[in-house]
Design a protein around this ligand. Structure first.
Ligand SMILES: NC(=O)c1ccc[n+]([C@@H]2O[C@H](COP(=O)([O-])OP(=O)(O)OC[C@H]3O[C@@H](n4cnc5c(N)ncnc54)[C@H](O)[C@@H]3O)[C@@H](O)[C@H]2O)c1
Length: 266
């Protein structure tokens, strides 16, 4: 129970990565607020954690709206008294090339991925400062934030922005004893998210074919699952990481370290 007594907020709690991280934090003893713009993602995730014997709250809100973020943080404070851990996971994936991307879609993707993370960090960190909490804030990035992916201009831009948001916020908050780190996932094995959806009482999601053969390109020969990200998030959230701030922890099966022309499976 590495997070016993800790209170965590996880945003974007679909059955995939956010749900996996919320479950992983709860399994280590944290009380978890599951926050999503889709009420069913917030509610199902919280119900699942409670069903496993944990403590959870499901909160619905759009994280691009400052008033809704403030209300969400106030609700967690009212329920449990404060916040120790924030995982900024909510995001809009996918996109188009710079030639095709409509302004409206670009603006929304940057608003959720960047501004949503900024607003949650701002209001959770203000509460931590007020209460003298030596908290941990985690920002979920992507290997697409480290590299230029074709056909994904808004996603790549916002995720690389989050890498330096993390460092800058870590500097702003260091004197308050609040740590800010990012966690980089990569193309994720779809099986665990599908199983979690079924466990939450939903239909098994269709496996959509991927344009790129990630499995063939990844050095370990196996793609990570949400539970692997959850273990890294538990570490960053825990006191074991008390001297770690401003870093990016890649849980990418070696993807970013790879010499680009090498095809491991060849
Ligand atoms: N799936 C992958 O292969 C992969 C790889 C690298 C990084 N990531 C990152 O991991 C995170 C989760 O990815 P996922 O695959 O679980 O995606 P997902 O689409 O299953 O989950 C994202 C969640 O964010 C929520 N959300 C969207 N806009 C919101 C808003 N305005 N306010 C509150 N919630 C909002 C969605 O409703 C959804 O539940 C994202 O930040 C993504 O960029 C995913």
């Amino acid at each position: 129970m590495r997070l016993a007594g800790k209170i965590a907020i996880v945003t974007g709690t679909s059955p995939n990565i956010g749900g996996g991280i919320a479950e992983g934090l709860a399994d280590e003893g944290a009380r978890v607020a599951c926050v999503d713009v889709l009420a069913e993602n917030a509610e199902h995730c919280a119900a699942w954690i409670k069903g496993r014997g944990g403590e959870a709250l499901g909160l619905t809100g759009d994280l691009t709206d400052e008033a809704q973020v403030q209300a969400m943080v106030a609700r967690v404070r009212e329920a449990w008294g404060g916040v120790d851990v924030l995982v900024n996971n909510a995001g809009i994936l996918g996109g188009l090339s710079v030639l095709e991307m409509p302004l409206e879609r670009w603006t929304r993707q940057l608003a959720v991925n960047l501004t949503g993370t900024f607003l949650c960090t701002k209001h959770v960190a203000r509460l931590m400062v007020e209460q003298g909490t030596r908290g941990s804030i985690i920002v979920i990035v992507s290997t697409a934030g480290h590299q230029g992916q074709a056909g994904n201009i808004g996603y790549c831009t916002s995720k690389s922005g989050l890498l330096n948001f993390t460092r800058a916020a870590a500097m702003d908050l260091a004197r308050h004893g609040i740590r800010v780190n990012s966690l980089t996932p990569t193309a994720t094995d779809a099986e665990e998210g599908a199983e979690r959806a079924v466990a939450w009482g939903r239909a098994r999601p269709d496996r959509r074919g991927r344009l790129l053969d990630f499995q063939k390109m990844v050095p370990t020969g196996r793609l990570p699952s949400p539970r692997h990200y959850a273990k890294a998030a538990v570490f960053l959230a825990s006191d074991d990481a008390e001297m770690i701030t401003g870093v990016d922890l890649r849980v990418d099966a070696g993807a970013i370290a790879k010499y680009w022309p090498w095809i491991p499976s060849a």
